[in-house]
Design a protein around this ligand. Structure first.
Ligand SMILES: [Zn+2]
Length: 135
């Protein structure tokens, strides 16, 4: 049996509102581009079609930029705080628990007592929490 004293991981927090906004800008710019292409092809109303073209390209650039901005932030936050974890194991009943590393922790040290059978727990591993990074 496995039990973990789980902590809340820093979640990628992009607000759905912002995503919808980006999507709307993206779709609007695409349709502006489409309209521009169409009227350029048909040689009608060239002045308007070029301004649609500019609007479309500009909108695409903005939505791409916003998307990059929202993706960039969370990884920077998680980069600041690498967590070190300590795994404790009960030699008697194999109960496992994981907690934050504390000073004076070392592997095979006996510390605390088992929540199930009250035996002293042993530290079996100390490691830095693995982070999924996309940089
Ligand atoms: Zn135990």
């Amino acid at each position: 049996m496995k039990k973990m004293t789980d902590k809340v991981e820093p979640v990628n927090r992009i607000s759905p509102f912002l995503l919808v906004l980006i999507l709307i800008v993206f779709i609007l710019s695409l349709s502006a581009l489409f309209m521009a292409m169409q009227s350029i092809a048909e040689q009608t109303d060239l002045l308007n079609s070029y301004s649609f073209l500019v609007i479309g390209v500009f909108g695409l650039a903005i939505s791409a930029y916003m998307l990059l901005q929202t993706k960039g932030k969370p990884s920077h936050i998680s980069l600041e705080l690498p967590r070190v974890l300590t795994t404790l194991e009960c030699p008697k009943c194999d109960f496992k628990s994981i907690r934050d590393f504390q000073r004076e922790d070392y592997v095979f040290k006996e510390t605390g007592s088992c929540q199930k059978c009250n035996e002293p727990m042993k530290i079996t591993a100390i490691y830095r929490e693995a982070k999924k990074k996309k940089d």
